[in-house]
Design a protein around this ligand. Structure first.
Ligand SMILES: Nc1nc2c(c(=O)[nH]1)N[C@H]1C(S)=C(S)[C@@H](COP(=O)(O)OP(=O)(O)OC[C@H]3O[C@@H](n4cnc5c(=O)[nH]c(N)nc54)[C@H](O)[C@@H]3O)O[C@H]1N2
Ligand SMILES: Nc1nc2c(c(=O)[nH]1)N[C@H]1C(S)=C(S)[C@@H](COP(=O)(O)OP(=O)(O)OC[C@H]3O[C@@H](n4cnc5c(=O)[nH]c(N)nc54)[C@H](O)[C@@H]3O)O[C@H]1N2
Ligand SMILES: [Mo]
Length: 744
């Protein structure tokens, strides 16, 4: 099918292979140039190089291949290492209004931000501003607030540990815990569910566990696109005899098979089949599926009774809720047959029960996300599949340092022990009242309770729910300020005044200094950029935070910001003094391969209120939509990193040259009354009203009836700001009730 530009062909049946290599090299050379691009790739994820800015999947401990990166890591580096820069001439040529009319892909192509820019009140264009003037404006606006709580300090997950620590220290020394971050929209539900269930908000497995697992579940995750390096791990596990079970409404190529781009066989057209079982669950049907698995495990008397007795609480009540749940309900809500569920339960209980469950946004972005992830934990507790080799829980993080940022205190609700330790180390009072998370921040800006918005990275205007409402919120601010590497929409949806502060990217030389990051499995490693900076005006994030802190706080608090920022070892010494697990930080961060942070649950020590791992007996439910309506999930294409759109292809799903599409079951197309490729209008429904997205092309795809899928961030206009996961306040970006009709 094709219309104007854009084509939909049959989806692929495996991921990577030679096409992945061609696609990444093309991007690298076109954007960064042969020299700069290949130099960057040579240092990517090497022990003495820089941490890949794409995903948070860990690097192999021992041998590293010469090219330890994937297609999408290469695209991320190409985008960051671009040789083109945009400064005063660019912004003089284009008004803010003009720039706002361009697409996200166009923004990314313009090049690296080169110098600090200011949009004055009422001005149509940005103009250059000196760093000192920029800091003075921040000081003027922040110090004019009636309360420090009228400021919001957002973080995206690329900030290094050192930058993140200094940043939260500044926000708290200034007097607020308003530290929302991208995690609030991402794995917040996992963090909360795991904290409740096992006492730590992180996963419990290491890379080596994948080499011992018998069964690996991959639920609500598309690793072929979003964690491509994970495919080599899965391939090795499957070749060794482990079974991979995929749970996903869509058949994703990266779960079906893999052709390792560094192996000759892939170039000969051979791939390794991956998932041996593929359960096309209904959107939001996972809790029912997992409860069905648990019910069957108990019926088979397959529970690990020794583990239950010694390590868990709440099993009795949970067992009652299992018997109270009927198979009909389980089948109806999950869309999976009882027989298939029984088979999965038998597989998981076979042999030594070395089971790993991996998951990502397909579980975290639903109203009942926390309950669903606790159901994952329930199943693992039943099997005793946690805290032993080859078994455990594996939330697969998104941004490369999102986990580290949280460890560093980027969180609106840090626990008392952290705040007390920070206060002691810094010698300044630290506020205790909880701050705003992402959704709260949007509301607070919208209704005037927050007036200054500052972002360390990210693209708040585009990543958040209800783009129209969020844009209004940002426009209500007195000042919006972004520390960024690339132009994005958040620079164009401004408060009364706006600043863009351009910073070094991870691939660039920061006068020889190193920073560090924590990956998805709790390994802390150093990262050192080597490329010459894209512009001489760029500063490191740490220098920018210190410059702002000095201007805003002056002598208040007596923290020597500049002294800390001069030598990052000093910041690491402070981190060591505040955060447990960072003993000899400076020395250990410099060791090749870094070091592991302690993880009590991995040792079967449970830091929960009851001192044991806890079952959850949350009532079983799934989002049901009104008759004739659809459940829409928003997902990533293969050619984007979150809001950064590299291109218009979604190769594995057979899509080229378009993003304005909605995937539907072929029979549902008939029901809506449209042909493949015909335009439809979507309306989302929530009790606060309706939102619209018009003119999407309907693309038939093998997926459960009644469900739909469209791309993030274009479909964010449809996500209601108030429809969030209970407990974690994460926007339910995968559970949007919509109606569909042919465009007129
Ligand atoms: N190249 C690249 N890499 C990335 C990113 C990127 O944008 N591009 N983003 C990074 C970030 S921040 C993150 S958080 C991760 C995101 O990684 P993913 O979570 O893999 O990203 P999504 O595209 O949101 O995919 C969600 C998957 O969940 C499935 N799904 C949706 N709803 C349900 C459901 O109800 N049940 C189940 N079982 N499945 C469901 C979708 O079909 C899809 O396969 O990737 C990180 N890595
Ligand atoms: N509908 C819907 N919405 C979603 C999601 C979804 O699945 N569906 N996913 C959610 C998820 S999982 C996440 S994590 C969020 C992501 O939300 P964000 O983290 O806010 O968004 P990104 O697109 O990752 O941010 C990209 C911008 O970061 C800047 N940047 C890149 N590298 C650096 C750097 O090294 N330093 C600095 N200072 N800036 C840098 C660039 O200017 C770039 O434009 O979006 C969420 N929103
Ligand atoms: Mo994320």
């Amino acid at each position: 099918m094709s219309e104007n530009q854009g084509r939909a062909d049959a989806p692929e049946t495996h991921a990577a292979g030679p096409a992945a290599v061609f696609s990444s090299m093309e991007q690298v050379i076109r954007k960064a140039g042969v020299n700069r691009g290949l130099r960057a790739l040579a240092r990517l994820n090497q022990a003495d190089g820089f941490d890949c800015p794409s995903c948070a999947w860990p690097d192999p401990d021992g041998h590293r291949a010469m090219a330890e990166f994937c297609e999408n890591g290469a695209k991320a580096v190409a985008s960051e290492a671009m040789k083109h820069t945009i400064g005063r001439e660019f912004f003089a040529r284009h008004s803010v209004e003009e720039l706002a009319r361009e697409t996200d892909a166009w923004h990314d192509l313009q090049g690296r931000l080169a110098e600090p820019m200011l949009r004055r009140e009422g001005a149509s264009h940005y103009e250059p501003v000196s760093w000192d003037q920029a800091f003075a404006i921040l000081a003027e606006e922040l110090n004019a607030l009636a309360s420090p709580d009228e400021a919001v300090f957002y973080t995206s997950g690329r900030a290094s540990n050192e930058a993140a620590f200094l940043y939260q220290l500044f926000a708290r020394a200034f007097g607020t815990n308003n530290l929302p971050d991208c995690s609030n929209m991402c794995h917040e539900s996992s963090g909360l569910a795991l904290k409740q269930a096992i006492g730590v908000g992180k996963g419990t497995v290491m890379l080596e566990d994948f080499l011992e697992a018998d069964v690996i579940l991959c639920i609500g995750q598309n690793p072929g696109t979003n964690h491509p390096r994970m495919l080599s791990t899965l391939e090795a596990a499957v070749k060794r005899g482990a079974k991979l079970v995929a749970v996903n409404p869509l058949q994703e190529a990266g779960l079906l098979g893999f052709a390792h781009p560094q192996h000759v066989s892939a170039w000969l057209g051979r791939s390794t089949p991956l998932a041996s079982t593929y359960l096309q669950v209904k959107v939001n049907g996972d809790m029912a599926l997992l409860r069905g698995v648990a019910k069957q495990l108990v019926a088979n008397d397959a529970a690990d009774h020794g583990f239950l007795r010694e390590h868990t609480i709440g099993f009795d009540i949970y067992q009652e809720s299992l018997s109270d749940t009927g198979w009909e309900e389980i089948e109806e809500l999950s869309g999976i047959s009882r027989a298939a569920i029984a088979e999965l339960a038998a597989l998981m209980a076979s042999g030594d029960r070395r089971v790993i469950t991996c998951w990502a946004m397909g579980l975290t972005q639903h109203r009942n996300a926390v309950a669903t992830i606790r159901e994952v934990a329930n199943v693992h507790l039943l099997l005793g599949a946690i805290g032993r080799p080859g078994a455990g829980l594996c939330p697969v993080r998104g941004h490369s340092n999102v986990q580290g940022d949280r460890t560093m205190g980027i969180f609106e609700r840090m626990p008392e022990w952290f705040l007390a330790a920070l206060e002691k180390q810094a010698g300044v009072p630290v506020p205790r009242e909880h701050g705003f998370d992402t959704v709260d921040s949007i509301r607070a800006m919208h209704d005037g309770r927050a007036k200054v918005f500052f972002a360390l990275g990210g693209n708040f205007a585009q990543a958040t729910p209800d783009s129209t409402f969020t844009a209004e919120a940002l426009r209500h601010c007195r000042l919006t300020c972004h520390v960024s590497t690339k132009l994005n929409r958040s620079h164009l949806v401004t408060g009364r005044r706006a600043l863009i502060l351009p910073c070094l990217g991870r691939s660039e030389d920061d006068r020889g200094r190193i920073v560090s990051t924590e990956n998805s499995m709790g390994i802390v490693q150093s990262s050192q950029g080597r490329l010459p900076p894209a512009s001489a005006e760029l500063r490191s994030e740490i220098e920018i935070i210190a410059g702002m802190a000095e201007a805003v706080l002056g002598d208040r608090g007596r923290i020597r910001w500049r002294w800390l920022a001069e030598d990052y070892d000093r910041i690491r010494d402070w981190i060591e003094a505040v955060v447990p697990g960072f003993e000899n930080y400076n020395e250990r961060a410099r060791k090749p391969g870094g070091f592991h942070l302690p993880n009590a649950a991995r040792e079967r020590v449970w830091h929960t209120p009851g001192g044991k791992a806890a079952f959850s007996d949350a009532p079983l439910d799934a989002l049901r939509v009104a008759p004739g309506r659809f459940l829409l999930q928003t997902l990533r294409s293969h050619d984007q990193f979150n809001t950064t759109v590299y291109g218009l292809d979604d190769r594995y799903r057979g899509i080229s040259g378009m993003r304005d599409i909605v995937f539907l079951n072929p029979q549902d197309l008939v029901e809506v009354g449209v042909k493949p490729g015909q335009r439809v209008d979507l309306t989302s429904h929530w009790h606060d009203g309706e939102r619209h997205l018009t003119g999407l092309r309907a693309i038939p795809y093998q997926m459960p009836r009644g469900t739909a899928a469209a791309y993030f961030p274009e479909a964010n206009v449809l996500v209601p700001v108030g429809h969030v996961a209970e407990g974690s306040n994460t926007p339910a970006s995968k559970s949007i009730e919509i109606s569909i009709r042919p465009s007129r």
